[in-house]
Design a protein around this ligand. Structure first.
Ligand SMILES: Cc1cc2nc3c(=O)[nH]c(=O)nc-3n(C[C@H](O)[C@H](O)[C@H](O)COP(=O)(O)O)c2cc1C
Length: 169
């Protein structure tokens, strides 16, 4: 079984989850940042990671997903939103929908990730207009501050092993 873990990360959250996935994987494995030249041929399973961007996957992840032909794929991500929210489910479903028809999504995983702009107190004017701060939003962002945490890494690792099992090669 040859596995490839691809990740895209602006502030380190998704990279940290990618590392937890990579560490959990048995056998022949590689970890590479998305956007770097990488021939995916010959990998039995490819993990594609994204950070939530404008209600979907970030652009580097979108590019990889839509060009990943003929592969078994597992999609994971981090986002400011709660992992069990309809929004999170949408991000994952939209990401999976980008895969070419000749590829298969074996499963998905998402956890919260600290939102950098909130952390440094620099929300853009655009963000203020589109998502005005409400008590619910504030609570969500405060919770996101604590992620990804050890529990998220463990869940990501367990999920990764499930994906290996599903890939069955
Ligand atoms: C420009 C920008 C747009 C974002 N858009 C969303 C979004 O639409 N939904 C969401 O849940 N989180 C959003 N986030 C939060 C990030 O997805 C989250 O903090 C993620 O964990 C960042 O991952 P990284 O550290 O790997 O870059 C956004 C963050 C930035 C900087």
């Amino acid at each position: 079984m040859k596995t490839l873990v691809l990740w895209s990360s602006r502030t380190g959250n998704t990279k940290a989850v990618a590392q937890a996935i990579y560490d959990a994987l048995p056998g022949d494995k590689e970890i590479v940042e998305e956007g770097r030249e990488k021939d995916t041929a010959g990998y039995d399973l490819v993990f594609v990671g994204f950070w939530g961007f404008r209600r979907g996957a970030d652009m580097a992840a979108r590019r990889i997903l839509s060009s990943l032909h003929n592969h078994k794929v597992a999609i994971y991500g981090t986002a400011g939103t709660y992992p069990d929210s309809p929004a999170a489910r949408d991000y994952l479903a939209n990401a999976a929908a980008l895969l070419p028809k000749d590829s298969t999504c074996l499963g998905t995983f998402i956890c919260q990730g600290r939102v950098h702009s909130f952390h440094i107190g620099k929300r853009s004017e655009h963000a203020e207009k589109v998502h005005p701060m409400t008590p619910e939003r504030l609570a969500r962002l405060r919770e996101a501050e604590k992620h990804p945490n050890e529990e998220d890494f463990q869940k990501a690792a367990a999920w990764a092993l499930e994906m290996v099992e599903k890939a069955g090669c």
